[in-house]
Design a protein around this ligand. Structure first.
Ligand code: NI
Length: 178
């Protein structure tokens, strides 16, 4: 297992549609484990493969971990797909490990049904709502090249992305100087 570096916006891999996984083999199992370890180390509640630079349809989610990062209920999902969404919409303040320190209210369906393969390759179907539902929708968005800021108005989105671009440049300069 290994903690992987997390890609932050703007980066082309975060805007790319990720590929379907043809088979849940040992490489995918290792990726899922590394992604879980990376998520816990970063104190995130979800992580999608493009966020570690891998353009495959793989996500990990755990909304029940405690604040010291101890494992709660960990979901490892391959090729997750939403097959039903409620008409009811809910708003929740979201953040993202790829958009450091940015938090905005995002509206999403309150409840969704999804299908996915678990880490043994078994087909699963699940109805989710609440924070788990929001988090899974956010992670599936990543697989389609969508960030939570893409759900916001264009002015707000541009402001956040410009801020992150500047931060990135600053960090790169500091690295060069240091
Ligand atoms: Ni995210």
């Amino acid at each position: 297992m290994a903690v992987l570096p997390i890609v932050t916006a703007p980066d082309p891999v975060l805007k790319k549609k990720a590929e379907q996984v043809p088979e849940v083999n040992d490489d995918i199992k290792a990726l899922l484990s590394d992604m879980a370890e990376t998520m816990y180390a970063a104190k995130g509640i979800g992580l999608a493969a493009p966020q570690v630079g891998v353009s495959l349809r793989v996500i990990v989610v755990d909304v029940d971990q405690d604040d010291r990062g101890a494992e709660g209920k960990l979901y490892k999902m391959v090729n997750p797909e939403i097959i039903w969404s409620s008409d009811e919409i809910k708003s929740y303040q979201e953040g993202c490990l790829s958009l450091p320190d940015q938090y905005e209210d995002v509206e999403r369906p309150a409840e969704v049904t999804l299908k996915y393969l678990d880490e043994t390759g078994k087909k699963e179907e699940m109805k989710v709502s609440g924070l788990l539902g929001i988090c899974i929708q956010h992670e599936i968005d990543h697989l389609n090249g969508t960030l939570f800021v893409d759900h916001l108005g264009s002015v707000k989105r541009r402001m956040i992305l410009e801020k992150l671009k500047k931060e990135k440049k600053k960090l790169a300069r500091q690295k060069k100087d240091g």
